[in-house]
Ligand binder design. Structure first.
Ligand SMILES: *[C@@H]1O[C@H](CO)[C@@H](O)[C@H](O)[C@H]1NC(C)=O
Length: 388
């Protein structure tokens, strides 16, 4: 699974399940809307205060379809969300474009299986993909593997044929017969918070993107649109492979390798993985610079020189998709010594980077926009002694 955290199977007791919901049993056929079939439910689970059910809308987004395995309560959140009652909300945003429409294509990559490549030159900030999931699964530890497979199979079987086929063409981890649906979830799932509960979502197009420790693309999830967005975090040339990070890229070498091995069963061989010592050295430097730049006491050793060095290190490590942090420190540091020009320049870049990493409506984006708009009105204005 991609992101901080765990597999469906190993999740187990870690989950803080909601304790407040009333149990709701789906009843008469008229109440299916917006679902194409009568929801199929498990037994009642004490920890979930109800069952988990399969909800499918087979005509969702021009026949792409979507299946959701979640609680009746959360299914109502889905049903109420914009994409279900305003289908143009997706197409108006260019979400779920038809095949071949995006600036990317899929091809076999020696030693890596399939990968996604750029169809044309892409610039930093360009959108690469925007898709809704085929399958969304509430994380839980109540069901046995066999029971879970039974319900998730129903969820996938209820999707349109083309979507089923696409689903089963994705990479797996265990390769064990009888558990194919969970296997695809495990190998391809992205975590998405819905209704206050963690779900795992499978976005087949985006799943084809391979991992890199210095990825050239960054993604975020927009739960309101049920959409996974990917943008170029730096310029990408025609026919270059497009990559995202499956592991937290600012963790040390050994922790990153362990993460990829534990959750994705592969050993990373990209340059930051092969030169673990050098990459750890850079991370230590990054860490030291960030502590200094984040120290606002009078004795702080923060300086614009250090902020520039921090940006240089992020770029050297290929962490362009995570530059909002470095740009943010730079914006604050320039502003703190009274440089409106430096503050505006870096606040703009920080805002752009944050929008690619968290989505344009995230509060961080607003913080940087506000600093760009009015540096002198920001609390950091001339907070440090000039000359530092
Ligand atoms: C499925 O979702 C679409 C939105 O894409 C909606 O217009 C439609 O009514 C839903 N289908 C059913 C059976 O309710």
């Amino acid at each position: 699974m991609r992101n901080e955290v765990v597999s469906l199977i190993s999740l187990l007791s870690l989950l803080p399940f909601g304790l407040s919901q009333e149990d709701t049993i789906p009843s008469s056929p008229e109440s299916f809307h917006p679902w194409s079939f009568e929801p199929v439910c498990t037994q009642h689970f004490e920890a979930l205060k109800g069952p988990l059910c399969v909800y499918t809308n087979a005509t969702f987004s021009n026949g792409r379809g979507i299946s959701i395995f979640t609680t009746p309560e959360i299914s109502k959140d889905f049903a109420a969300s914009l994409p279900f009652h305003e289908p143009s909300a997706l197409s108006d945003h260019g979400i779920n474009p038809s095949e071949g429409e995006g600036p990317w294509y899929v091809q076999d990559i020696p030693g890596k299986g399939k990968g996604v490549l750029a169809k044309r030159d892409l610039h930093r900030g360009d959108r690469i993909t925007a898709f809704t999931p085929y399958l969304l699964v509430h994380m839980e530890s109540e069901l046995s593997i066999n029971e879970r497979e039974k319900f998730l199979s129903i969820a996938v079987d209820q999707l349109p044929a083309a979507s089923q086929e696409h689903y089963f063409s994705l990479a797996t981890i265990w390769g064990e017969a009888g558990y194919e649906v969970q296997d695809v979830v495990k190998a391809n799932g992205f975590e998405m918070q819905v209704g206050g509960k963690m779900h795992v979502a499978v976005f087949p197009e985006t799943s084809r993107m391979n991992h890199a420790c210095s990825p050239n693309a960054q993604y975020y999830l927009e739960p309101g649109l049920l959409t996974h967005f990917v943008h170029a975090s730096r310029d990408i040339s025609t026919d270059e492979e497009i990559t995202i990070s499956y592991a937290p890229p600012l963790r040390f070498h050994e922790a990153r390798q362990k993460y990829l091995l534990d959750y994705f069963h592969f050993t990373c061989t990209c340059s930051r993985c092969k030169n673990g010592e050098a990459s750890d050295h850079a991370l230590h430097e990054i860490d030291g610079l960030q502590s200094s730049l984040g120290n606002w006491k009078p004795e702080s050793t923060a300086s614009v020189k250090k902020a520039e060095e921090l940006i240089r290190l992020y770029k050297q490590e290929g962490l362009d998709g995570f530059l909002d942090t470095a740009y943010g420190y730079a914006a604050l540091t320039y502003n703190a010594v009274g440089s409106v020009r430096g503050a505006k320049k870096y606040a703009k870049l920080a805002g752009e980077a944050a929008a690619m990493k968290y989505g344009p409506s995230h509060s961080d984006v607003n913080v940087w926009k506000e600093l760009e708009r009015d540096p002198q009105g920001h609390v950091s204005w001339r907070r440090r002694k000039i000359g530092k």
